[in-house]
Design a protein around this ligand. Structure first.
Ligand code: BGC
Length: 726
C-alpha cells in the first residue's frame, strides 16, 4: 500500500499524463511489425504442431504440445508455445511426460453457474501452462450444445448463450491473468463431430447472432481473449476459417475484435483464407499445403493490398501478446504444486455435481448404514475423462487406459482414460463405521447378489465420449442400463452416480433412490463425489443442458453424417454433410423444448439440494434503458447451501418465448435471505434485425424459475423500442 501511494505521488508530482494502455499497445504492435522484414512478418503467421507425430520433429525452442510459432527475437516478440485446452494443460498422450491439474469437464464447470469458479480454475490452469513454458492456452471452448450426442459436449459449458458467455469469459480472464494468451473456440457453429471438417451448417444470420455467436460475443467482451480459433466446419457453404462473414464482418467489424484469428489444426482450404479474415495457420503440417508461407509471400509481393493484410495479421498477433504481457513476462519452466492446485479442481467439481433425484432424503447417506456396496464404473480405480486433444492427466498418467481398438495415429488418443482419483477410497474415508464392499459390475448376477446384502448401494455408471466421434444415442453403453435396472430392482436403496460427458436417458430412474450427475469429475473427482454423498458438501449444481427423455425430442433425431465411417480427423473423402440449424434456429436446448411443448427428463437449470429455498419477489425495473431484475432467495432448510436465481424472459411484446436473461448464485446459511440484483443484457431482450439489435418495445414478461420448466407467475413491464449497435 505504502509503495502504491508513493508511486502515485511520484507520478502526480512529475506531472505525467496518464498513458492510454490500449492505444499504447496498438502503437507498439504497429511499430514492431513495421520494423519486421517481410520474412519475419510471415514467420509469425504459421507454425507446426509441436509433437513428434506425422513424421514431424518438435522444433527447437518449442515445448511439446499442440503448436509452435517462432517469434522475432531481435524485436522482443516471444516464441508462441501452444498447449490445449480448456480443462487443463493437455496430456498429449504422455509425449511430454509430465502431468497437470485436470479440472472437471466443461459440463461440470457449466453446472456450477458460478463465474468465480471458472475464473479460479482458469487462473490455476493458466499458471500451470505458464510454468510448463507455454504462453498460449487453446482454451475457451464455447460452442453451444445443439447436439447433446456431440463428442465434445464434455468440453463445452452449456446450451445457453448468456451462461456460456459469462462463464467462458471468466475462465479466459483467469487464464490470461498469468500473462499468457487464451483462445476462445471453435468459431463458430461447430456443434458436432461427425464429418466435422465437411459439415455445412445452414443457419440464418439472425438465428446465428442470437445463439452461438452471442455466446462468443459475450465471452469476448468479458474475457478479452487474445485469439479466436476458427472451426473446421462450413457455415452457409463457406469454411469457417475462410469465412468473410464470420471473421471480417461479424468478429472484426461488428464486434471490433482486435486480437488474431488462428485456424483449427488442419482447417485451411487455401491462401485466400487470409483475405477472408484468418490471421494464422496453426498445425501447418496438417494442411494440404503450407498456405501462409510461400503462396502468401508471393501474393503479398505482387499486391500491396495483400501486403497490408499481412502486416495487419502480424500486428494483431503481436498486439495480443503485448496485451497480456507475454513479452515482458516470458513463460518459463518453474515447479508446480499439483497438490495445491488440485483444490481448484475439487472445489469446481463440488459445485458442479448435480443432484437429480433424492427420494425420501436417501442422500446424504446416514451414518446408520452398516454395509455399503459400491458397484461398477471402475470406482475402485479412478474417474473417467473425455478424450481427444483436451484430455488432461496428472503425474503418472491415467490410472487405467482402455483401448477402443483400431490402428493409425489417432488410436492411442482414443482410449477411455481414468484419472487418478479413486471414488471407492474416498467413500471408505467418509463411511466410518460401515463395511464398504466393491463389485465391478461385470456380471449382473454377482452385482445383484451383493446389492441384496447392502443397506445402501452406490452404483457408478460411465458414458465415455471423445473429440472426433459423436454418440449414437443417449444410453449408457456396455449394458449398464440393464445392470442398474437389475440392481435397483434388488435393492431400492440404490444411488446412481453418473460419470457422463453429456446427458443420458435413464430408463431405470423410477426404481432408484437417488441420482447424482458427477460428469467427468476431474483429478479430485472421487473426493468431491464422496463429499456430496455423505453431506459434507450440499449439492448446488444446476443442469447447464437439457436432459431429453428420448432422442426423438431433439431437432435432429439422428446426428447428420453419423452414417459415415467414423473418422477422428473428420475426413469424409470430400463428401459435404448438410446440417440444418434453421430447424431450431436460435431456439437451442430448453428453448426448443419450450417451443415444441416437450417434457424433458430433466430441464435446463434443474438441480436439487439438501436444503430448501424460497424464491420470491421478482421485480423488474426499467431506468434510462437499463433493465434490472431483483429477487429474494431464502434458505428455509436446516443446512447451509447455495441457490441460483434464474430469470427467464417469457413474452416479448405479445410473442411467447423463453430466454435466460439473468442468473446469480448465492450462498445462504439456514434461515438467511439475500436480495439479488441482475442487470439484464439488452441483446437478450432484442432480436437481430439484419443490421442491429432491435428491441421491439411493448409489454415484456419475466419469470423467476427454479429451472427452465418450473417458472413462477410472470411479472410484466413496458419496454420502449430501441436499436442497439451490433
Ligand atoms: C481441435 C482443437 C485443438 C487443436 C490442437 C484440433 O483438432 O479441434 O480444439 O485446440 O486440435 O490440438
Amino acid at each position: 500500500m505504502k509503495v502504491m501511494i508513493s508511486l502515485l505521488a511520484l507520478t502526480v508530482s512529475a506531472g505525467l499524463a496518464k498513458a492510454d494502455p490500449v492505444k499504447d499497445i496498438d502503437a507498439r504492435a504497429a511499430a514492431t511489425v513495421s520494423a519486421m522484414t517481410p520474412d519475419e512478418r510471415l514467420q509469425v503467421l504459421h507454425g507446426p504442431m509441436a509433437l513428434p507425430i506425422f513424421g514431424s520433429k518438435v522444433p527447437e525452442g518449442a515445448v511439446p504440445g499442440a503448436g509452435f510459432i517462432p517469434g522475432v527475437k531481435r524485436l522482443g516478440v516471444p516464441n508462441m508455445t501452444e498447449s490445449d485446452a480448456s480443462l487443463g494443460v493437455a496430456w498429449v498422450g504422455g509425449l511430454r511426460g509430465d502431468g497437470a491439474t485436470a479440472l472437471p469437464s466443461g459440463m461440470a464447470l457449466g453446472a456450477t453457474w458460478n463465474p468465480d469458479i471458472l475464473r479460479a480454475g482458469g487462473a490455476t490452469i493458466g499458471a500451470e501452462a505458464r510454468a510448463k513454458g507455454f504462453n498460449i492456452l487453446l482454451a475457451g471452448g464455447s460452442n453451444l450444445i445443439r447436439e447433446p450426442r456431440g463428442g465434445r459436449t464434455f468440453e463445452y459449458l452449456s446450451e445457453d448463450p448468456l451462461l456460456t458467455g459469462i462463464l467462458v469469459g471468466a475462465s479466459i480472464d483467469g487464464i490470461q491473468s498469468n500473462h499468457i494468451v487464451s483462445t476462445i473456440k471453435h468459431f463458430a457453429l461447430n456443434g458436432q463431430e461427425s464429418g466435422r471438417k465437411f459439415d455445412d451448417v445452414k443457419i440464418s444470420d439472425a438465428a446465428a447472432r442470437e445463439s452461438d455467436l452471442l455466446a462468443f460475443e459475450i465471452g469476448i467482451e468479458t474475457g478479452h481473449p487474445g485469439s479466436v480459433m476458427c472451426s473446421y466446419n462450413l457455415v452457409n457453404g463457406v469454411k469457417a476459417c475462410g469465412n468473410d462473414y464470420l471473421l471480417n464482418k461479424v468478429l472484426k467489424q461488428d464486434w471490433g475484435y482486435k486480437g488474431w484469428v488462428m485456424s483449427d489444426w488442419g482447417a485451411l482450404d487455401g491462401v485466400a483464407n487470409a483475405l477472408n479474415g484468418l490471421d494464422q495457420e496453426s498445425g501447418d503440417q496438417l494442411d494440404r499445403q503450407l498456405y501462409f508461407g510461400k503462396p502468401l509471400a508471393e501474393l503479398a509481393a505482387k499486391d500491396p493490398k495483400v501486403a497490408a493484410r499481412v502486416s495487419d495479421m502480424a500486428t494483431r498477433i503481436v498486439r495480443s501478446l503485448y496485451a497480456v504481457g507475454a513479452d515482458a513476462n516470458p513463460a518459463a519452466k518453474t515447479p508446480i504444486d499439483l497438490k495445491a492446485n488440485a483444490q481448484a479442481a475439487e472445489r469446481a467439481e463440488k459445485e458442479g455435481i448435480v443432484l437429480l433425484r433424492n427420494v425420501d432424503k436417501a442422500l446424504p447417506l446416514a451414518a446408520t448404514a452398516k454395509k455399503i456396496v459400491v458397484i461398477g464404473g471402475y470406482a475402485d480405480t479412478g474417474v473417467l475423462s473425455g478424450a481427444g486433444s483436451s484430455q488432461v492427466q496428472g503425474e503418472g498418467g491415467p490410472a487405467l487406459l482402455l483401448s477402443n481398438g483400431g490402428a493409425g495415429p489417432f488410436a492411442a488418443l482414443m482410449g477411455e482414460a481414468y484419472q487418478r482419483s479413486i471414488p471407492l477410497d474416498a467413500i471408505r474415508a467418509q463411511a466410518k463405521g460401515a463395511k464398504v464392499v466393491y463389485r465391478n459390475g461385470r456380471y449382473i448376477t454377482d452385482a445383484v447378489e451383493a446389492a441384496k446384502t447392502a443397506d445402501v448401494v452406490i452404483i457408478f455408471a460411465t458414458q465415455w465420449s471423445t473429440e472426433g466421434l459423436d454418440l449414437p444415442d443417449l444410453s449408457l453403453p456396455r449394458g449398464q442400463d440393464a445392470l442398474i435396472d437389475a440392481v435397483a430392482s434388488a435393492n431400492p436403496k440404490t444411488i446412481v452416480v453418473l460419470e457422463s460427458g453429456s446427458p443420458v436417458v435413464m430408463p431405470w430412474l423410477a426404481k432408484t433412490a437417488a441420482v447424482v450427475e458427477a460428469w467427468y469429475p476431474g483429478i479430485r473427482g472421487g473426493q468431491a463425489i464422496a463429499s456430496v454423498l455423505f453431506g459434507e458438501t450440499t449439492p448446488s449444481g444446476r443442469l447447464p443442458v437439457t436432459f431429453p427423455a428420448s432422442v426423438d425430442q431433439l431437432p435432429r433425431p439422428k446426428v447428420d453424417g453419423s452414417d459415415l465411417e467414423p473418422d477422428f480427423g473428420g475426413e469424409t473423402g470430400g463428401t459435404v454433410v448438410p446440417v440444418n440449424y434453421d430447424i431450431e434456429g436460435s431456439d437451442v436446448g430448453y428453448r426448443w423444448f419450450a417451443r415444441t411443448h416437450a417434457t424433458p427428463l430433466f430441464p435446463f437449470g434443474f438441480g436439487l439440494s439438501y436444503t430448501e429455498f424460497k424464491r420470491e419477489g421478482l421485480k423488474i425495473e426499467v431506468k434510462g434503458g437499463v433493465v434490472t431484475a431483483r429477487a429474494s432467495l431464502q434458505n428455509i432448510g436446516s443446512r447451509p447451501g447455495a441457490d441460483v436465481a434464474q430469470v427467464y424472459l417469457t413474452n416479448m411484446a405479445g410473442k411467447p418465448t423463453e430466454r435466460l436473461v439473468g442468473f446469480a448464485k448465492v450462498d445462504l446459511a439456514p434461515g438467511e435471505t439475500k436480495e439479488v440484483t441482475m442487470t439484464l443484457d439488452p441483446r437478450l431482450l432484442a432480436n437481430w434485425s439484419g443490421k442491429d439489435w432491435a428491441v421491439s418495445g411493448g409489454l415484456y414478461s419475466f419469470a423467476l424459475g427454479a429451472n427452465a420448466a418450473e417458472l413462477q407467475a410472470p411479472v410484466s413491464v413496458k419496454i420502449a423500442p430501441r436499436h442497439l449497435k451490433p
